[in-house]
Every structure is written in C-alpha cells, then in structure tokens.
Ligand binder design. Structure first.
Ligand code: NDP
Length: 307
C-alpha cells in the first residue's frame, strides 16, 4: 500500500501518516519509484506530471481546501475520485482570521487608520454587534464554523449557499433572489465560495450594487471571484467603505497592481490558514481505510459542480 505525497514540506505529513497508519508506505514526489505501486495520491499545488502514468491510483486527496486545480487537471481521469481532506470540524485558523477581520471592519479600524494618516481625531458612531449584519457567500467546511462564531458573538449573520438549507440563528438564502436578499442585509460581506465556473467573477459591479451603501468586503476565498476594477470603482464611489483581501488573481500580487496602493484596501499575502498534517491526514487515512474495506469514500468532490 503506497501513497504518493506532493507537499512543500513533506516531513511533518510523513510523520503523521507514520503515527496513524504505520503500514502505509509514503513516497515523496518526485521519487515515485515503481508507478504501479501507487494506490493513493495526496497533493497540494499539483505540478504537471505528478499524477500522469499512475495506473493503479484509487483516489486523489487534496491537501488544499480549494480543489479547483484538481477538478480542472487533465491528468485526473473523470472517473477517478478526488477527495477533500479538510477537518469536518472546520479550521480554527480560518475561523479566527474571519473573526479578526470582521471585528476590524465592525469597529471601523480601516477608517481610523485613514484618520490617523491625517492626524484627525474623530470618533465614529459605533453600532453594537446585534445591529450589524454580516453576510457569508458560502457556508462550507470553512465558512460555517466562522459564521457560527460570529453568530455566537452576537452579529446578525446571513449566508448564501447553492442548495437551500437551515442553520440555527443564521438567515440562509440560495438562488439569485436569495442572493439579493442576503446582500441587502450584509454590512460586512465575507467571501468563502469555492472557485467554480459558476462563481468566477461573481463579485462584480452588479453584486456589489446590492450591498448597503458603505458596506465592507472581506475576501478569503479566491482572487478569481472578484472583478478587481469593479471592486475599486465601488470603493472610489463610497458604495464600499473598505475591503480586506487575502487572495488574488495572481499571487504574489504584482507590484504594479492598483490594489496595493488603494487607501481603502488592506492586503494580506494569502495567510488565512496553514495546511497542518494533524488537520488533514486523519481524513486521508479514513478514506484509505474505507477504500480498502470497500466502503464508500467520504468528502468526495462533485466534479460536475466543481467543489
Ligand atoms: P466548501 O466546498 O466546503 O463550501 C463551499 C460553500 O460554497 C458551500 O456552502 C456551497 O454551498 C457554497 N457554494 C458553492 N457554489 C455555490 C454557488 N454557485 N452559489 C452559492 N453557493 C455556492 O468550501 P470551504 O468552506 O472548504 O472553502 C471555501 C474556499 O475557501 C475554498 O474553495 C478556497 O477557495 C478558499 N480557501 C482560502 C484559504 C486562504 O488561505 N485564504 C484557505 C483555504 C481555502 P452548499 O452548502 O449548498 O454546497
């Protein structure tokens, strides 16, 4: 039983597999050895050629939460399962990160930072959390725990998802009309959608026009969700008060990008979370166990919808 690992820092992952499944042999790409031995692959940013020519592969597990690079890979046959490895409990680092940025925007830190630049002392009227609407685009593995934490902190939380659903204390919406209703109550909008054909460029002038005037935007999902020129126009017009961006179309963000120098944008270099072995290896081990005992795999990506 051999797993092919492709990770930037493989050693901690090897140690965790050794702890949880000592019988599993882990080979680190590019030292693949005999290709026919490889039954499972656990990959991060897939490089061309990593998965080509592995005749006995049974599934590909994604080390990253976003799976768009795997869904689009021509090296993964359409009938080969792609499985996610994120903890079903969510990710504490992402939850903390979303909480921190929502609180920053809620307490007007972007505006105070601008005022400090002008040595301008002017308290801004502050709402309590119970009067502040926070909207989530996407309520998945990463979004749901963050939304619940904000709900428990007292915010008025709403969310928009593909399938309709119910969550205690969270106003849930789906479909185009649901999106409009969610946006109109979102003074702070958090994007945690996956990157799919449907969600590409979704944060555009039209979507932003549905937010209350002076809303705040936090993007922790993917840069390709956002039409940057529309975001900048919304900030310049005052429709948006401020934005925090953790992810970008091109990373690292090119030096000449206008996003860097916009006074109402905070740039974070894609640091919301770190993929830790103890968060992901248990799910891969569980799926190996399931595969070997003939049980259905868990956390399988729906390749039709793209996440
Ligand atoms: P999930 O796949 O678990 O959840 C996706 C959510 O988005 C679900 O609620 C889903 O709805 C909803 N959704 C998907 N498509 C649509 C659509 N067309 N319309 C409305 N809702 C939709 O993703 P995660 O929570 O694990 O992660 C989200 C994204 O965060 C990742 O794909 C990745 O891009 C990004 N990410 C960013 C990181 C960073 O460091 N900044 C780190 C890790 C991830 P439904 O519930 O109905 O299925």
């Amino acid at each position: 039983m051999v797993l092919l690992l492709q990770a930037r820092e493989p050693q901690p992952f090897i140690a965790e597999f050794g702890r949880l499944m000592p019988t599993l042999e882990v080979r680190v790409w590019p030292d693949v050895g005999a290709q026919e031995d490889i039954a499972f692959a656990f990959v991060s940013q897939i490089r061309p050629g990593v998965l080509a020519g592995l005749p006995n592969l049974r599934f590909v597990a994604s080390l990253l939460a976003g799976v768009e690079h795997l869904v689009r890979s021509p090296e993964i046959p359409s009938d080969l399962p792609i499985v996610r490895s994120g903890s079903p409990e969510g990710d504490a680092m992402m939850t903390e990160y979303v909480l921190m940025h929502v609180l920053r925007h809620h307490r007007n830190l972007p505006a105070y930072s601008l005022q400090q630049g002008r040595a301008h002392w002017a308290p801004i009227p502050q709402k309590p959390t119970g009067e502040r609407g926070v909207g989530f685009l996407g309520l998945g593995l990463l979004g749901r725990p963050a939304a619940m934490r904000l709900r428990d902190h007292g915010f008025k939380v709403a969310a928009w998802t593909r399938k309709s659903r119910q969550e205690a204390g969270i106003a849930c919406f789906s479909g185009p009309l649901g999106l409009e209703r969610m946006l109109e109550r979102s003074e702070i909008l958090v994007n945690l959608l996956p990157a799919t054909e449907e969600t590409e460029n979704i944060i555009n002038a039209r979507l932003l026009s549905g937010l209350p005037h002076g809303a705040h935007f936090i993007n922790v999902a993917r840069g390709r969700h956002v039409v940057d020129a529309d975001l900048i126009a919304a900030l310049d017009s005052g429709k948006l008060a401020a934005a925090t961006l953790d992810v970008f179309r091109v990373e690292p963000l090119p030096e000449d990008s206008p996003l860097w120098r916009h006074p109402r944008i905070a740039i974070m270099p894609h640091v919301a979370r770190r993929a830790r072995p103890e968060d992901s290896v248990p799910q891969v081990v569980e799926n190996i166990r399931r595969q070997l005992s003939g049980e259905p795999l868990k956390w399988v990506v729906d390749r039709q919808v793209g996440y």
